[in-house]
Design a protein around this ligand. Structure first.
Ligand SMILES: Nc1ncnc2c1ncn2[C@@H]1O[C@H](COP(=O)(O)OP(=O)(O)O)[C@@H](O)[C@H]1O
Ligand SMILES: [Mg+2]
Length: 331
């Protein structure tokens, strides 16, 4: 416990410097609390019946608060894309799962979605059923400048979702990019010509804070951080938030935190509930109100090469990503 408290505290100190309004910005200034003073934060939410739910009561469809988000209205005109990186330098926290399923969920709301695989492991591409070893043109060629992004694009089995695939070749790109002029902006330049064709571009980052991830952050408006609900989850988040802050200052002033997404949450364990409580305390206004619970369905979907919204659309997990899509699109 001591270790997690310590890391939570140091993380808190680091985040307080980050100027990144995420949620709760819609809270009106004029409502009064029980003692007649202006109500803020949790008190205001309680007044409105939007209170935070006890972590033990979070169901499979992942509502952390009583408020839901509106179904986004259909779009008459598409683009230009809002680019969001899905980023955490820790592996196995749900980055790829979130990229696929959030993207597919947004497509169900009529959004044109491009998913960019920026991890040489190619898990995003595999998760969408793409045979990555047979590809002639991938993210590698795009970053090297020998192909354009539109030449690398693939349609996926999911209506409305395109993919810029990658495979292990991408690991060489990092070495080449080191000597490139404007090396952090290579992806941003490559995506610019196709940004008008999409409403959302989600970039699945590799588990490191290296040059590929910096390229993702330089190209993005938002960064979504999946955080596994387990004991050491908060370790490393302070470093990630500092990195985001440096990117804001030096490379991309437009970058904002979209929010932290609790993943692999298991309401049956006291441990997961404690971790979620700790995360709520540490990042009160950066946490998404949607929580992704742990379910065996996700590994199954990878084998099927489909997002859960297609594989098991009525499951709690599909509903949770659908809710997350509403939450992200409402911001
Ligand atoms: N909510 C979840 N419940 C259960 N398993 C999950 C969940 N989210 C992801 N997984 C599984 O955990 C593993 C790691 O997830 P992944 O999205 O690949 O993480 P990352 O991209 O951060 O490395 C995968 O096998 C995936 O199927
Ligand atoms: Mg991954």
């Amino acid at each position: 416990m001591a270790a997690s408290q310590e890391s939570a505290l140091s993380t808190n100190a680091a985040t307080s410097e980050v100027d990144a309004p995420v949620q709760a910005s819609s809270i009106a200034q004029t409502e009064l609390g029980h003692d007649g003073s202006q109500a803020t934060g949790p008190e205001l939410k309680a007044l409105r019946g939007e209170g935070i739910i006890d972590p033990a009561d979070i169901g499979p469809s992942g509502a952390r608060s009583k408020r839901d988000f509106p179904v986004p209205p259909p779009l008459g005109v598409h683009g230009p894309a809002r680019v969001i990186s899905v980023c955490n330098q820790k592996g196995g926290v749900g980055k790829t799962t979130t990229t696929i399923n959030l993207g597919a969920a947004m497509a169900k709301y009529g959004r044109r979605v491009l998913l960019v695989d920026l991890d040489p492991q190619g898990a995003l591409s595999v998760g969408l059923g793409v045979p990555i070893h047979d590809l002639k043109v991938t993210g590698f060629e795009v970053l090297m400048g020998s192909a354009t992004a539109s030449e690398a694009l693939l349609k996926t089995q999911v209506p409305g979702v395109d993919l810029l695939p990658s495979n292990i070749e991408l690991s060489a790109a990092e070495l080449y990019l080191v000597n490139e002029v404007g090396r952090e902006y290579v992806l941003s330049r490559a995506l610019a010509p196709i940004a008008a064709d999409y409403d959302v571009i989600l970039i699945d980052c590799q588990p490191s804070l290296g040059l590929l991830t910096l390229n993702a952050l330089a190209a993005s408006k938002g960064v979504l951080i999946p955080l596994e609900c387990e004991y050491f989850a908060l370790r490393g988040v302070a470093l990630l938030i500092q990195t985001i802050q440096k990117v804001q200052e030096r490379i991309n002033p437009e970058l904002q935190m979209s929010g932290i997404l609790p993943t692999m949450y298991d309401a049956r364990t006291v441990h997961a509930r404690e971790v979620l409580n700790r995360v709520e305390e540490t990042f009160p206004d950066k946490l998404f109100e949607t929580v992704i619970t742990r379910t065996v369905k996700f590994p199954e979907t990878t084998v099927a090469g489909l997002p859960i919204t297609e594989y098991a659309p009525n499951s709690g997990a599909a509903q949770a990503y659908q809710r997350l899509a509403r939450e992200v699109l409402a911001k």
